[in-house]
Design a protein around this ligand. Structure first.
Ligand SMILES: [Zn+2]
Length: 348
């Protein structure tokens, strides 16, 4: 990703006026609901495992009245997402065309399949280099979540930059934040999105070849440009997450993003109590994976924390990423996708 075209124009440092943290009934309700259901489930399992004789004697007295018939709804977990950051970094440097880059695609594919997603790939060659986008679609859940309704694409790039040219061009970038963090959020959503609650067909898109822009004449956003040019449906919205794992998280409004959709996402963040990190002020204009979709008239948003001192350096390593930062972004997307009539709200 790159901020060059408008970088100088918008290189105005805006001091963030940070809202106070607001506690949120919504978040508390989710937590209490999940905890309550989980507790009941655990209790039921405990009783079943340890108390069989007693249970068979007086089942109606031993069991709680409201044993849940379904598992408690899963909620996005930052630690689980962080494990995906670590797993990607363990593969090594992951630029497009490298063995580790291909292995990263394989890792994404296996994670998606494990969570019951149908996987397709888009493979093509760019400058003699094999490029592969990975796209997951839910293969189980309600009819509404699978086959009907409008498409919403969540995207992240999984390739890492082959040159740490902000520091030492001869060394690649590890990309714990610039690459792995966005992928990690999408993979944890693949596990936790409640497919019966989804109002749209959600596609998880993992773009290759985003991050070698300007190196030997490469363009930025090669994989997402290819996907945008080959879409067979027009998505209702595209949301890209990139560089969102910084432990020192500050996510500003981005100027090339669709304003109404962006406002909606930041409002959800505020409701969840994240106003300190989802800051409702414009700061950067980015050329990132959302732009090829925006150029086709699709409402597209880039959730990016470009205030990251380790960008395109050798210091973009997993110790700079925090589970809490991943969790905030994941929770916002989870609430957005599970929470109601998105189409109507976008048009609002
Ligand atoms: Zn980058």
């Amino acid at each position: 990703m790159n901020n060059e075209p408008m970088n100088n124009y918008f290189r105005v440092v805006i001091m963030a006026v940070k809202d106070g943290v607001r506690t949120t009934h919504h978040a508390l309700r989710i937590t209490q609901h999940a905890f309550g259901a989980l507790a009941l489930l655990l209790l039921a399992l405990l009783l079943a495992a340890c108390g069989a004789p007693g249970l068979s004697a007086t089942p109606e007295e031993s069991l709680p009245e409201e044993v849940p018939t379904e598992a408690a709804p899963l909620v996005f977990d930052g630690e689980a997402a962080y494990a995906h950051v670590q797993a990607q970094c363990d593969l090594g440097f992951r630029p497009t065309g490298s063995e580790a880059g291909w292995a990263t695609g394989d890792y994404i594919i296996s994670c998606l399949k494990e969570q019951g997603w149908t996987v397709e790939t888009e493979e093509f060659t760019y400058r003699d280099t094999p490029v592969r986008n990975v796209i997951g679609r839910p293969s189980t859940g309600s009819a509404r979540g699978v086959g009907e309704g409008l498409v919403v694409i969540l995207g992240a790039h999984y390739d890492t930059r082959r040159s740490a040219d902000e520091e030492d061009p001869s060394v690649p970038v590890m990309g714990a934040n610039d690459g792995a963090s966005g992928v990690a959020v999408l993979l944890e959503l693949a596990r936790t999105l409640d497919r019966d609650e989804l109002q749209h067909r959600v596609w998880l898109a993992f773009f290759d070849a985003e991050d070698n822009g300007r190196l030997d004449g490469w363009e930025w956003c090669v994989g997402s440009s290819y996907m945008a040019a080959h879409l067979e449906v027009t998505p209702e919205a595209v949301v890209v997450v990139d560089m969102i794992g910084d432990a020192d998280q500050q996510i500003y409004l981005e100027r090339n993003s669709d304003a109404p959709l962006q406002t909606q996402l930041w409002e959800i963040a505020a409701t969840l109590g994240y106003s300190d990190t989802f800051i409702s002020e414009y700061r950067w204009a980015m050329y990132d994976d959302h732009v090829p979709f925006a150029q086709r008239g699709i409402p597209a948003v880039d959730i990016i924390d470009f205030d990251y001192p380790y960008w395109h350096t050798t210091q973009d390593t997993s110790d700079k990423v925090s589970a809490g930062s991943l969790e905030r972004v994941g929770r916002v997307l989870e609430v957005w996708l599970e929470g109601g009539d998105l189409a109507a709200e976008i048009r609002r």
